[in-house]
Design a protein around this ligand. Structure first.
Ligand SMILES: O=C(O)CCC(=O)C(=O)O
Ligand SMILES: [Fe+2]
Length: 312
């Protein structure tokens, strides 16, 4: 599934953060060098401590990245009638599985295919390194869900136009939301953006940390399903995008998901003998339906927690 979307900018300002006169020192974002064998240990640590990390020496050809960026920019700057040919908005934006199959957008489709094939390979390598370091019973226990023909993975390209009206408020530390806070429901998300800032992740201490953009690297998020499969060891990190007053932001995200009927539950080979399962087992389709019926910012996993009490 391919979705190409122009996330609605919420035209209200976020409260200024205290940072303005009292800059917060943020922790460094873990950087994983995939060409180094010791990355396995750091990968697990990053998933536990942050649920988020940056990947360098990833092996995805830079020409695939550049080609997709230029095709996507061409697409977003084309007239609405042209963009609508990419497919009906479902649930929003443009595009579906059949992107470009009627002859339009052929080059865009090829660029998406090259990019996604390569990013999926890298993602599977990351999942296999994680499985090894976690001593799971087989190396492909996580990656096979993405490699399955029925894998419910999604690829989305987001375009955020600049918001010049923000400029006069920026000096007071105010921000405007481009994509509201949320966690990603799948197993793992792989984000690449142009060099425009905007992405922020929520730290355990409740502060939002801006992620400096790096157009040659990938940023990886643990998704809700991986949090469940690791019985809460890995954290599905909350994130959001704030708008930029001067520059447009283009991001491309591969969401690696399991097949619809896959059962999601803590992996037995990861659990200590006396460890209680924090989550009830569910299928990916059940979780997806429940997530689509909730608000973006809700903690969508809590309904599936073993100690969930419907009365609160
Ligand atoms: O556009 C971005 O940078 C992030 C968007 C995002 O978090 C998402 O599409 O799930
Ligand atoms: Fe996200």
């Amino acid at each position: 599934m391919v979705a190409i979307s122009n996330p609605p900018v919420e035209s209200f300002f976020l409260k200024p953060c205290k940072q303005i006169n009292n800059p917060i020192k943020f922790p460094p974002i873990p950087i994983i060098d995939l060409s180094k064998p010791e990355s396995k240990h750091l990968l697990v640590k990053a998933c536990q401590d942050f649920g988020f990390f940056k990947v360098v020496n990833h092996g995805v050809p830079l020409e695939f990245i550049a080609k997709l960026e230029s095709e996507a920019m061409k697409f977003f700057s084309s007239p609405l009638s042209q963009k609508q040919k990419a497919g009906p908005p479902d649930p929003f934006g443009y595009g579906n599985k059949h992107l470009g199959q009627n002859g339009d957008l052929e080059e865009f489709r090829c660029a998406v295919n090259d990019y996604v094939t390569s990013v999926k390979k890298m993602t599977c390598e990351i999942l296999e390194l994680l499985a090894e370091e976690l001593k799971l019973k087989s190396r492909n226990v996580l990656s096979k869900m993405l490699l399955d023909e029925q894998s419910d993975s999604v690829f989305r390209v987001n375009y955020y136009p600049p918001c010049p009206e923000l400029q006069e408020h920026e000096s007071k530390g105010k921000k405007m939301i481009g994509f509201g806070e949320h966690t990603d429901p799948q197993i793992i998300s792989v984000l690449r953006s142009n060099n425009t800032s905007g992405l922020e992740i929520l730290l355990k201490n409740g502060s939002w940390m801006p992620v400096p953009p790096d157009s040659n690297s990938f940023f990886i998020n643990v998704g809700d399903s991986l949090q469940v499969m690791t019985n809460g060891r890995f954290k599905s990190v909350k994130h959001r995008v704030v708008t930029n007053s001067l520059k447009s932001r283009l991001s491309m995200i591969y969401f690696g998901g399991p097949p619809l009927n896959e059962k999601i539950a803590p992996l037995p080979s990861l659990m200590e003998s006396d460890e209680a399962s924090l989550y009830k087992e569910f299928t990916w389709i059940e979780y997806k339906k429940s997530a689509f019926n909730s608000r973006l910012s809700d903690n969508r996993l809590c309904r599936f927690e073993n100690n969930y009490n419907i009365l609160g």
